[in-house]
Design a protein around this ligand. Structure first.
Ligand SMILES: [Zn+2]
Ligand SMILES: [Zn+2]
Length: 578
């Protein structure tokens, strides 16, 4: 195989492996991070890395400097990177797999391999089964359980799904470019992306076209296309440089609504919908709705006509999971879901005072440009580690700076001084009550000790909710989709405690968090809890993640009434209490 054909994903994998192995060897953090950043950048660029390299333009990518560019060139030229080969030879082959198991990490993985003199993943599994890992200092039954859980068949499967945060921008770009083709009348993403499911396997695009050949040509000519995977009469699939498979389905405009409905899913929603239709003597398919008795077929240009024919109001895609939406649509009792335009402010964001990338002034300016009425600045408390958190003195300095800036911005815009305070292992907070009382809005979050028992974790968070200075519980379950399981937690007890203490629960818009997740939002809404959709932005660009949080709230059936930051500041302030 000629090395020029290496895909972006394959190239990025090499650098990710390099970062993994360096981390395993205990290399300095910034070197590991540099390779991770480069891998992410190489993976996510829509252009061909091989082409960029041959044109000498690789260093235009964020996180790719001369050193990385030289290694990419080496890989493309010779098929290998000498430095990586050395690392591979020095380390046991399974170590990176074990290291990625939630709760294990590089240090523990390295110790298991070296101290037990193991070489393969299977040997590690056997050692865990034979309870031989607990003999190592600092490891116990929990470590063995984590390993067995992490190595279970299919445990890695979840990671193979891609985050909506990566799929959606590519899908939108494809749709926008296709829209410029004369043969394309209408075009929309379908499938899991349209429902804003947190992850998806691939991208489905539906297009109403007047000429399939012209539309297909426009599709494959787009510069994200690495390869054409398959072609059919009215479909074509391509592989993107980042490995994502994109399938375009083409139909005449008069049945666009039928196909869009069909391909949006979910499978469970469509099955339930078809069953409901059968009882009414109708047969629903991607080609139309057939009246069984007469054989008449209704073609629907618009999706709403599909639902109307079935005696239902149109169902927003985020709700199509067969969780009661069909019944509600028939009764006309679907909730008026919260909309992104209703969000008036953001109560959780970071600046370069802690681990954010932008200055306080830049973050505020960007938030104002997005039309918000208020934002709350919430940098980290000291326990978050790496010297990134603000000690009491620095926080007071920041509050002063925020107050000065706030004066200049008032009354058109309200700038609030807050913090994201760590909830410590015992449920106490990382700042004193006195300091917290000087802040406008306090977000409290868990950033360490993720693997407490469910009872202890629930107790810990409940204790934090009892603190009258805590206004918002940040990213409640601590999950990182694909890399860290949610903390064991009695979520219903936490929601009940939040209702009791009048603490607001956050829906984080970070695509790898989306925490609370959709089903938990639904529980919270049903329990009468008050929610907030925050971005937890660590950069200006991350303020745009808001739509993922709003979509997650919508997937949990939340209305504007449930989401506290749909209020203007004076009303929200009254809600927060003294
Ligand atoms: Zn946090
Ligand atoms: Zn945060």
């Amino acid at each position: 195989m000629s090395s020029e054909q290496l895909s972006n994903a394959a190239i990025a994998d090499r650098f990710e492996l390099m970062a993994d192995l360096l981390e395993l060897e205990g290399a300095v953090v910034y070197r590991v991070l540099a390779y991770r950043r480069a891998a992410k950048s190489l993976r996510e660029t829509a252009e061909s890395v091989a082409r960029l390299s041959s044109e000498g333009r690789l260093t235009t990518l964020p996180g790719v400097g001369e050193t990385i560019a030289a290694k990419v060139a080496e890989l493309l030229g010779s098929g290998e990177i000498a430095a990586l080969d050395k690392l591979i030879k020095r380390n046991p082959p399974g170590a990176t797999t074990v290291m990625r198991i939630p709760g294990i990490g590089p240090k523990t993985a390295r110790r298991i391999f070296t101290e037990l003199e193991l070489e393969t993943v299977d040997q590690v599994r056997e050692a865990a089964e034979a309870k031989r890992i607990r003999v190592l200092g600092g490891m116990g039954e929990k470590t063995e359980e984590a390993i067995l859980e992490g190595l279970k068949d299919g445990a890695a499967g979840a990671a193979r799904r891609t985050s909506i945060g990566r799929l959606l921008p590519l899908a939108e770009r494809i749709v926008q470019e296709l829209g410029r083709c004369d043969a394309v009348v209408r075009c929309e993403p379908a499938g899991s992306i349209r429902r804003f499911a947190e992850t998806g396997k691939d991208i489905d695009i539906v297009a109403a076209v007047t000429n399939r050949l012209t539309a297909s040509e426009a599709f494959v000519a787009q510069d994200w296309v690495a390869d054409v995977a398959s072609r059919g009469d009215n479909r074509i699939a391509a592989v993107a440089h980042d490995g994502t498979i994109v399938e375009l389905r083409m139909v005449p405009p008069k049945v666009f609504g039928n196909l869009l409905q069909h391909l949006t899913g979910s499978k469970h929603h469509n099955v339930a919908l078809r069953e409901a239709a059968v009882r009414a003597g109708l047969k629903v398919s991607e080609y139309g709705i057939e009246e069984v008795e007469t054989g008449d077929v209704l073609a629907c240009e618009h999706e709403s006509e599909v639902y109307a024919r079935l005696g239902m109001t149109w169902i927003p895609p985020e709700l199509r999971e067969n969780r009661g939406e069909i019944e509600a649509a028939r009764k006309g009792s679907l909730p008026a879901l919260v909309e992104i335009g209703q969000i008036r402010g953001d109560l959780h964001m970071h600046t370069d005072w802690s681990d954010g990338k932008a200055t306080l002034e830049k973050m505020v300016e960007a938030a104002r440009a997005r039309g918000y009425g208020y934002v709350n600045v919430t940098d980290h408390s000291p326990s978050v580690g790496f010297g990134m958190g603000l000690d009491a003195g620095r926080l007071r300095d920041q509050v002063e700076r925020v107050r000065t800036l706030a004066e200049k911005l008032a009354p058109d815009f309200t700038l609030l001084a807050g913090a994201e305070v760590d909830i410590l292992r015992d449920g106490s907070l990382d700042y004193s009550d006195e300091l917290l009382s000087e802040l406008d809005v306090v977000v409290a979050s868990v950033h360490a000790s993720h693997r407490l028992s469910s009872a202890d974790q629930t107790k810990r968070i409940s204790a934090a909710l009892e603190n009258p200075h805590v206004d918002i519980l940040g990213h409640p379950t601590g999950r990182r989709i694909g890399t860290r399981e949610p903390n064991p937690l009695d979520i219903e007890a936490v929601i009940a405690k939040a209702v009791e203490t009048r603490t607001i629960i956050e829906v984080s818009s970070q695509p790898e968090r989306l925490d609370l997740r959709d089903t938990h939002v639904r529980l919270a809404v049903d329990a009468g809890a008050r929610l907030v959709v925050n971005t937890d932005a660590h950069s200006v660009a991350a303020l745009d993640y808001l739509r993922f949080g709003v979509a997650t709230a919508r997937r949990g059936w939340a209305t504007a009434a449930d989401i506290m930051n749909t209020r203007e500041w004076p009303e929200l302030k009254a809600e927060l209490g003294p």
